[in-house]
Design a protein around this ligand. Structure first.
Ligand SMILES: N[C@@H](CCC(=O)N[C@@H](CS)C(=O)NCC(=O)O)C(=O)O
Length: 212
């Protein structure tokens, strides 16, 4: 079997989620860099793999796949290593619910609305959209409370074991926690903050830390 290949960049939260799964399962893989923000748009070779011009894309033994949640579930199911999805239907539904919350709310609000506006744009010398930032900061407590309520006693977001829910949410929370208002909001939820400290201790998180 050939090594699986992930196409993308280390700064991407979705690429990192897929990498976290590969690292947690102990799978050797290649990360092939793709610049989706290149002048003139994503390379044609990438659009052939991912028609929406997003990252990641994935290839394994000639099988091509895009969309991070499909990729992470495939990796979990097709490879040896610890199972990252519970078998029991209700626990599995919770994991899928949290992945959906990550896509639908954490990514647009906590990453784009807070981190990009408050940290990334100023670092690039670009003006922040204050209206967007204020609106996102107002929405953030609802998202964090929902996560805290769902994880309950944890210690992981989906319950007793580390799952895909943790690996999807962690790269996004990593950016949010770097925003001045991010960490103080997380600290208000003891269980979520405990989870975040546990996540940061994992080797997979250190091994996939964005370099650029
Ligand atoms: N639904 C896609 C989302 C992937 C996504 O939005 N990736 C971002 C990087 S984190 C991207 O490629 N952005 C490029 C763009 O928006 O043009 C997935 O799950 O793979």
């Amino acid at each position: 079997m050939r090594k699986p290949v992930l196409f993308g960049a280390d700064y991407s939260v979705y690429v990192r989620a897929a990498r976290l799964v590969l690292h947690e399962k102990g799978i050797d893989y290649d990360l092939v860099p793709v610049d989706v923000f290149a002048e003139g748009g994503p390379p044609k070779s990438h659009l052939a793999r991912q028609p929406f011009g997003r990252i990641p894309a994935f290839e394994h033994d000639g099988f091509e796949l895009y969309e991070a949640a499909a990729i992470t579930r495939y990796i979990d199911e097709a490879f040896e290593g610890p199972n990252l999805q519970p078998a029991e239907p209700q626990s599995r539904a919770r994991v899928n619910q949290i992945i959906s919350i990550a896509d639908g709310y954490i990514y647009p609000v906590l990453v784009w609305g807070v981190y990009i506006e408050q940290v990334s744009k100023p670092a690039r010398g670009e003006p922040s959209d204050e209206t967007q930032l204020v609106a996102s900061l107002a929405k953030a407590p609802v998202i964090l409370k929902a996560l805290a309520d769902l994880m309950s006693d944890g210690p992981w977001l989906g319950g007793a074991a580390l799952t895909l829910a943790d690996l999807h949410a962690a790269p996004m929370i990593d950016y949010f926690a770097k925003a001045p208002e991010g960490l103080p909001m997380l600290v208000r939820h003891g269980n979520l903050m405990g989870w975040w400290l546990r996540m940061q201790e994992r080797a997979s998180m250190r091994q996939t830390e964005p370099v650029g």
